[in-house]
Design a protein around this ligand. Structure first.
Ligand SMILES: [Zn+2]
Length: 365
């Protein structure tokens, strides 16, 4: 086994360079193909045999066949633009939309691939760059992976969050509420019901009905012009709690809240457009212990442990041990100002490698 130590400077720079390169390849959820191709080519250059699966994940088996330790980093970003936005290096910082979430996670996955290509694992390992982790992707990639491959444990790799471990999974549901009506001219058709007016009042009732689930209306859209009565308006709501049962109960209340106080002439549709399973970290206890040990061995402080929403959710929902780890620290994820610090990669990526070696040896096939 490779000794536990922070990574040498040239390996850190290599990871940062890979993160910069991958960050510059647009990959909105549903359009991950170009970035997937870049990851696939880099894995091939290492002499490994990656393949694209039916949903667009890049999957690369290392070691023998059998129930694998799956290492996942998501390909997609929350940014809808298909224009390349190259990462910018400024001293110890690397900036760019999606640089930490999750170009750096992918770059760390490639670092693990290099280590395993040089010194193969004893058990089966799957290196996976997943599609559909963000937004309404609904964990499409990792869900397909778990349907297709036997997995004994799963580690989700994120660029941000080296000071924490994602232990346990926050369950979520995404709900679209759409109001539609006849529309018309704002003056000459005055008095007709507006889809926007109806939606705004429904939004207030919906938000009041959500607790104890945490609710966020992240998108609201509709209408055609300032002087037109809106024919159609919709919102998309994100609903979360660690206890999946509380999310389901909130869903029921929200459906009722959306439909109470109906406006004549306005139809309201409520549609669940995404669901992420959740659960506490009990099933992952042994894996979490290995992650703690690997951090300690490279000199990282004990992590803050909290539930999160990552590719690990899909595994935890099926009773497969899983957790999420970070590679560095930075700020402003999910904004255009996002950045990550380069030096902590030496520790975060080393702890990841240590976790992989430990899990390979100690999580039974
Ligand atoms: Zn992410």
């Amino acid at each position: 086994m490779v000794p536990d130590a922070p990574l040498p400077a040239e390996e850190v720079e290599r990871i940062a360079a890979d993160a910069a390169l991958l960050c510059g390849i647009p990959a909105p959820t549903g359009h991950e193909g170009q970035r997937a191709q870049a990851v696939l080519e880099r894995l091939r250059e290492l002499g490994l045999e990656p393949a694209s699966d039916a949903v667009g994940n890049v999957v690369c088996r290392v070691g023998p066949p059998g129930p694998a330790l799956a290492l996942c980093a998501h390909l997609d970003t929350v940014f809808p633009s298909l224009e390349p936005q190259p990462a910018v290096r400024d001293g110890a910082r690397l900036g760019g939309p999606g640089v930490g979430d999750n170009a750096l996670g992918l770059a760390a996955l490639l670092a693990v691939a290099r280590a395993l290509a040089a010194d193969p694992p004893t058990g089966p390992v799957l290196l996976v760059a997943t599609v559909g982790e963000e937004g309404l992707g609904d964990l499409r990639g990792v869900t397909h992976l778990l349907d297709a491959e036997p997995v004994r444990a799963l580690v989700a790799i994120e660029g941000h969050g080296v000071d924490s471990l994602a232990v346990g999974a926050v369950a979520s549901a995404r709900v679209r509420v759409t109001c539609s009506g006849p529309g018309g001219h704002s003056w000459s058709d005055q008095g007709r019901p507006s889809a926007i007016h109806a939606l705004v009042s429904a939004a207030e009732r919906i938000l009041a009905a959500a607790p104890p689930a945490v609710a966020n209306v992240g998108v609201i859209e509709g209408g055609t012009a300032v002087n037109a009565i809106a024919e159609r308006a919709s919102l998309v709501l994100d609903l979360r709690h660690v206890d999946p049962a509380l999310v389901e109960q909130a869903l029921g209340r929200i459906e009722r809240a959306a439909r109470t106080a109906p406006v004549a002439g306005i139809a309201t549709a409520v549609e669940v457009v995404g669901r992420r399973p959740g659960g506490d970290g009990t099933v992952s206890a042994a894996l979490v212990e290995l992650a703690r040990e690997a951090r300690d061995a490279v000199g990282l402080e004990a992590a803050e442990e909290h539930p999160a929403s990552t590719d690990a959710n899909a595994a935890i929902g099926r009773g497969i041990p899983a957790l999420g780890v970070g590679v560095s620290r930075g700020e402003d994820a999910h904004t255009e100002r996002e950045w990550i610090a380069v030096p902590p990669i030496a520790y975060g990526a080393a702890a990841l490698l240590g976790l992989v070696r430990r899990a390979d040896e100690r999580i039974p096939v």
